[in-house]
Every structure is written in structure tokens, then in C-alpha cells.
Write a protein that binds this ligand. Structure first.
Ligand code: PMP
Length: 707
């Protein structure tokens, strides 16, 4: 039975209040902001983290026929907003969504009144903005009220603003962050009042985390605080949807990090996001960023996320203790922004690195054009993918599916049907031979082929006709073949088995044996294929061309599950319409991404890179001198460090690497697997290997345990 959930209900719900106003802006546009944010799913962002969120209202700006009318209208709107915000603050955490920034006067007066009624001081305020917003009507060059709210919050400026009831802010507890466009009179005013201004230059020089922490400490030092974010604080290259963009600016990822979890801080009393101008936006990018920032605000801490996974998920994995939130190239970042070098690449699925721009662009463009239609119809992507895949690998045909195990199942079905229909094995008698120590996936048939007790334990009965022979022993294969043998299924290098390389010549001998006995040789290249071992297919190292090849993992570019079974006409023709299929297999999105992944492999010469860098990887591993290591093995960018159990185990080794900011994964208790993205640079790899050497040194220095 699931245990009770966290008392998330104890955290205040978010109360969204839209302010559909451009009264303070140079022109129309921002008034459409709140409803666009609502349409894009703003209220769902907190709910994703289990935080209640409601859309309370969207206030419409009173009509102002002439520019001169806008002041009274704005004054009225701010008063209404202050009332709304005060009420919402009594019943949750107000999230005010502009509209132009001038209505901040209403927001923070309303929050101030809510606090005052409870005997609390006016809120501290983190004002994140490209501009200083501290003009008054007397010194403003444009006369636009959206350049004036901060001055008004200190009691300076238009009577319409000053008439909004509520406490003034304490300048000592207000900071302005991200500024890069201002006029002297504004700066003079804020400096005279004692407001701390962090210009963009200072943020760049000192780094965002240090500046943000300092700013937060100042605004929250004496009690409640709020955040007012003008979206033009962000770099307009990332957030173009604003009225007055200013070049440069805070990076969205940095701001996201700074915001992470702040809505759990009991001192946070209000958040405002202003100046969204959907008409200037590109593909809703800025709106989505705003939503992403709100999601970050509500983000649970890493330990809680781990705990949720542990409570709400099946516990069929034991992940290393790191919660990853972002990836780029060879690097991953945890929720606190700590970087990790990825030497595992999702069991080789991320061969092209994380978020490769070409793959992400292909995914996004194709997802919005056409994604899934099923194979009830043709799509304009699958033919291109199949053509390129068969051309590159030299097989007649490919059958596209999703995951690796599906492709293995497909291969086994093809082999059995070929055995019965072509080789004339009596119906229902076809046998498949695999190798001890194999890993081909987790379906019942496939674990039926496994020799790992845990993979089978409790999952039987298994289909008949499955047997295994020792890996690396060609004579054992030949001895096991009977007239009913349809296929021999083999990994050119056993990955999950511990990066086990068979003896030289093994595959070639197996190929000859299979040919002699009319048995299909099927290579599972789910992990070894597409350049991992320094050749397009690992079988090429021995000049072997199997009768069938299984690809997966990297074929999906690290973005989607895309796998395939490849074979020539004689085998593949056993499938006729209706024999076999998969709703998502070969969908247009998967085909587009798979195709781009293949093109990338060629364009970036990754197979050669893997071969070259792989030699360096193996040489450096072989040079390690530590009693904690009993063997190293590898080919291409695929290596295993076999540990001496008297010193350590692979889990402990991987946890020590994690501490040093390097991600790897244990397999079979004693082997640490290294399979970095094929796009990794030599410098990055060396950094990771330095950490490996340090860990091996540390662990090798302890006293050995009894054997
Ligand atoms: N074959 C091999 C050689 C594998 O390494 C794996 C996965 N590690 C699979 C098949 C199964 O792939 P999937 O997890 O996508 O089903």
C-alpha cells in the first residue's frame, strides 16, 4: 500500500491573478500576456509538483481613449489589483501575471496591506529587470508609466500611484538585479534611497549564484519578501517576447536555478511576472520560459524527488543518488546546478551527447509537423529513414520498432519463422542458441535466454526452444547446433555482462559454423552498434556480416526509443502484412530523429572519433596501477574496469566517481562501465579519467578485505 504523501497541502496554493493591461506600456501588446500564459498552461506548472494552483481572475484594464486618460485608468486598475492581491494573499501565494510592469504598484501595495494586517513589515523585494523603473512623470523621457513603478513603491511619482493605499517599501530591503539600461536620474534616486542595484556586469563578473544568494539574503533578512520579474531581465535571444528588449541579460537556466524551490520558502509572500508581450514572442518561447520559472519556484528539493520516486514508483531500479535536471553535450547538471561529466551516456543511448542541437531541432520540428499516425498509412519520413539505414548498414530491409527488446523479439520471431518456413524445421520445433552472460532485454522470452539467475527468478515458465552456450567458445556452439537450430544470437561484445570481449576470431568462426549448418547468425548490436566500438557495427572488426543485426539505443539520438531489426530479403520476407507490428514502431517522429542521428554519425565522423579516442581511453585505463583493479577491457569508447572485490565493489567505485562529478555505472557488482558520448572531446575524457585514477588510487590504498 502506498504510504501517505508529503503534506504538500500545508504549503499555500498559488493564486494566479492576470492583469490584462498595457496602460503603462509604449503601445498595445502586453495586455494579451496573461491570457496567453493561461492558455499555455501556467496554472498547471505548480501542479506538476503537487502544488495547488488556481487561476483567480484576469483583471481587464479600464478603457483609456486618449493617452491623457491612461493615468486615472491605471490608478483605478492598481487599486483593484491591490484589493485582489490582498485577498489572494490571505488564501495562498499570489502569482500576478502582467501586463506591463506599471501595475506592480497595485501588487506590492496589496501584499503590504496583507502583511500590515498581521503586524508584519512591508515586504522585501527582489526586482529583476533590465531597467531601473525608477522614473517619475517629471523626469521620464518617454512618459510611459511602466518605467516608474519602483519609484512609486517608495512613495515618489504620479498621484494616481500614490493614491493606492498600502505601505511603502523599505529601500534597504529592495534589490534590483540584471540592470543594463537606465538613466542617471533613476540611478541617483535609488542610490540615494539605499537600494542595492546589481548591474548585469556585476552578475557576469561574480557569477549568478553568488549575486543571487547575496540579494536574497538582503531582501529576506528581516522577514517576508516578494519577487517582481520583468521578463526583459532575461536575454532577449532567449526571451524575445517583451516590449523593451535590452541586449545581454540573465540566462534563463541561471534564473531557473536561482528560483528553484523558492516557493517553499515560507517568507515568500508574492511573485509577479510582468511585461510579457505575446505579439513580440517567437513560438511562445518567452511565455514558456515564464511558465518554466514558475515550475522551478515550486520545485521540490532533490531528496524529496528521490523519495517520491521511491514511494510512487516500482522499486525495480536502485539509482545512484543524483537527481539530474539538465544535459548538454557530455555534461549533465543536477537540480542544484552541479555539473557531472557523463561517462555512461544512458547505456550508450546518448552517443551524440545530450541535447545535440541538430537532433533537438529535428525532434521539435517534426513533433509539431507530424509525429504518430501508426503504420496504417505511409508517412513521408519512414521511407527516408529505412532507405538510409539499409544503405549505411548494407542490408536489404529494416523493420523499425521502439525499444531494444522489441527489436530482439522481432529478430527471434524472424528467425523462428525463417526456420520453419525456409529451413523447413518442423513447425513449433525451432531452436535459438544464445550465449551465457548475455543481455538482450527483459521480456519473458528474452529472460528465458538469460543465464543470470535474478533475471529469471520467479518469471517462468519460459518458452521452449531456447538454450545457451558459453560465450567465446565456438566449439560449444557447434556442438549445440541441431537440425532444428534456427539462429545463434550473440553480442559482439557483452555489455551488461561486464564489457566482455570474446577471444579474437570468435565471431568469424561462429559465422563460418552458422553458414555450415544453415543457422542464422544474429548480432545484437543494440549497445555495440553505430560506432560505439570504433566501427559502424562491432561485427566489422572481424569482417563478419551477420544474417541479421539488431540496433537500438543510439539510433534514437538519445531522445526517443528507436530500434530496428535488419536483414536481407531471404529472412525479412517471412513477414507478411499482419504478422508482426507495433503502434509506435517507425512513427514519423522516430524516423525523423533516427535519420538525423545517422546523418550526424556520418557528418561528425563519430565512428572514427570513437576508434581514435577509444585507443586513448584503453591506454589510460591500462596505465592505471591500483590493487583495486584486476583487469581493464575495452574497444572503442566502450570500456570496463574490473575491480578486485577485496578492495571495493563497482557500486562503491561509481559512488566515489559521482562525488567527483563523474557519472558511470556498475554492472555485475565488480565492473565499472565507461561508455561516454561518442561526441566527447579528448579534454573532457581526460578529465573523467583523472577522476577514475584518483578513485582507483584512493580505494587501492585501503587494507584489503579477506577474500
Ligand atoms: N540488447 C542489448 C545488447 C542491450 O544492451 C540492451 C539494453 N541494455 C537491450 C538489448 C535491450 O534494450 P531495451 O532496454 O531498449 O529494451
Amino acid at each position: 500500500m502506498a504510504r501517505p504523501d508529503y503534506p504538500l497541502a500545508d504549503l499555500p496554493a498559488l493564486r494566479c491573478i492576470g492583469v490584462a493591461s498595457a496602460l503603462g506600456a509604449p503601445g498595445p501588446g502586453p495586455e494579451a500576456g496573461p491570457e496567453r500564459l493561461r492558455f499555455l498552461g501556467m496554472a498547471a506548472a505548480p501542479r506538476r509538483s503537487g502544488r495547488e494552483c488556481t487561476w483567480e481572475t484576469t483583471l481587464a484594464a479600464p478603457a483609456a481613449a486618449l493617452p491623457a486618460d491612461r493615468w486615472p485608468a491605471l490608478g483605478q486598475l492598481c487599486q483593484d489589483l491591490a484589493d485582489r492581491v490582498e485577498a489572494a494573499a490571505g488564501n495562498g501565494l499570489p502569482l500576478i501575471l502582467g501586463g506591463d510592469h506599471s501595475t506592480a504598484v497595485g501588487t506590492w501595495r496589496g501584499i503590504g496591506r496583507h502583511l500590515a494586517a498581521r503586524g508584519l513589515p512591508a515586504p522585501g523585494l527582489l526586482w529583476i529587470d533590465a531597467h531601473l523603473d525608477a522614473h517619475t512623470p517629471e523626469n521620464s523621457r518617454t512618459g510611459n508609466p511602466h518605467g516608474m513603478p519602483l519609484a512609486a513603491l517608495f512613495g515618489l511619482g504620479a498621484v494616481e500611484f500614490l493614491a493606492v493605499p498600502g505601505p511603502l517599501l523599505d529601500p534597504e530591503r529592495v534589490v534590483v538585479l540584471g540592470v543594463r539600461s537606465w538613466e542617471d536620474e533613476e540611478l541617483n534616486l535609488l542610490q540615494r534611497l539605499g537600494v542595492r542595484v546589481y548591474f548585469m556586469e556585476e552578475i557576469t563578473r561574480r557569477g549568478q549564484p553568488a549575486v543571487f544568494a547575496e540579494a536574497l539574503a538582503r531582501v529576506a533578512a528581516q522577514g517576508p519578501f516578494g519577487i517582481s520579474l520583468d521578463l526583459d531581465a532575461l536575454d532577449p535571444l532567449e526571451a524575445p517576447g517583451v516590449s523593451t528588449p535590452a541586449p545581454g541579460g540573465i540566462k534563463a537556466a541561471d534564473l531557473r536555478l536561482a528560483m528553484a524551490g523558492l516557493a517553499r520558502n515560507p517568507l515568500l509572500v508574492g511573485v509577479e511576472i510582468a511585461e510579457y508581450h505575446p505579439g513580440q514572442d517567437v513560438a511562445d518561447r518567452t511565455g514558456r520560459l515564464a511558465i518554466d520559472l514558475v515550475e522551478a519556484l515550486c520545485q521540490p528539493p532533490a531528496a524529496e524527488l528521490q523519495d517520491w520516486e521511491g514511494r510512487h514508483g516500482a522499486t525495480n531500479y536502485a539509482p545512484l543518488p543524483v537527481v539530474l535536471a539538465r544535459g548538454q553535450g557530455s555534461w549533465l547538471w543536477d537540480t542544484a546546478g552541479r555539473p557531472y561529466l557523463d561517462l555512461m551516456s544512458a547505456y550508450s543511448a546518448v552517443s551524440f551527447g545530450h541535447g545535440h542541437p541538430r537532433l533537438v531541432a529535428t525532434l521539435a520540428a517534426q513533433a509539431s509537423r507530424l509525429a504518430v499516425t501508426s503504420r496504417a498509412y505511409f508517412s513521408d519520413r519512414l521511407p527516408l529513414f529505412l532507405r538510409r539505414l539499409t544503405q549505411l548498414t548494407g542490408y536489404d530491409r529494416a523493420l523499425p520498432v521502439n525499444t531494444g527488446l522489441e527489436a530482439v523479439e522481432t529478430a527471434l520471431k524472424a528467425a523462428r519463422k525463417w526456420g520453419h518456413k525456409v529451413k523447413s524445421i518442423p513447425e513449433g520445433r525451432a531452436e535459438i542458441i544464445a550465449c551465457a552472460g548475455n543481455f538482450h532485454g527483459r521480456s519473458i522470452t528474452i529472460v528465458g535466454l538469460s543465464t543470470e539467475a535474478q533475471y529469471q527468478d520467479g518469471f517462468g515458465p519460459f518458452p521452449p526452444g531456447l538454450l545457451t552456450v558459453p560465450y567465446g567458445d565456438a566449439a560449444a556452439l557447434e556442438a549445440a547446433i541441431t537440425p532444428n537450430t534456427a539462429a545463434f544470437l550473440v553480442e559482439p561484445v557483452q555489455g551488461e555482462g561486464g564489457i566482455i570481449l570474446p577471444p579474437p576470431g570468435y565471431l568469424a568462426t561462429c559465422a563460418a559454423i552458422c553458414r555450415r549448418h544453415n543457422v542464422l547468425l544474429i548480432a545484437d548490436e543494440v549497445q555495440t552498434g553505430l560506432g560505439r566500438t570504433g566501427r559502424l557495427l562491432a561485427c566489422e572488426h572481424e569482417g563478419v556480416r551477420p544474417d541479421g543485426v539488431i540496433l537500438g539505443k543510439a539510433l534514437g539520438g538519445g531522445l526517443l526509443p528507436v530500434s530496428a531489426f535488419l536483414a536481407d530479403e531471404e529472412v525479412m520476407q517471412v513477414f507478411t502484412p499482419g504478422d508482426h507490428g507495433s503502434t509506435f514502431g517507425g512513427n514519423a517522429l522516430a524516423a525523423a530523429v533516427g535519420l538525423e542521428a545517422l546523418e550526424l554519425l556520418v557528418d561528425e565522423d563519430l565512428v572514427r572519433h570513437s576508434a581514435d579516442l577509444g585507443q586513448h581511453l584503453l591506454a589510460r585505463l591500462q596505465a592505471l596501477r591500483s590493487p583495486a583493479i584486476r583487469a581493464v577491457r575495452g574497444i572503442g569508447l566502450f570500456a570496463g574496469i574490473d575491480l578486485e572485490p577485496r578492495y571495493t565493489d563497482a557500486r562503491e567505485f561509481c559512488e566515489a566517481l559521482l562525488e567527483k562529478g563523474v557519472l558511470s555505472k556498475d554492472t555485475h557488482h565488480t565492473v565499472v562501465r565507461l561508455a561516454p558520448p561518442l561526441t566527447i572531446s579528448r579534454e573532457e575524457l581526460d578529465r573523467g579519467l583523472d577522476a577514475v585514477a584518483e578513485v582507483a588510487d584512493d580505494l587501492g590504498r585501503r587494507l584489503p578485505r579477506a577474500a
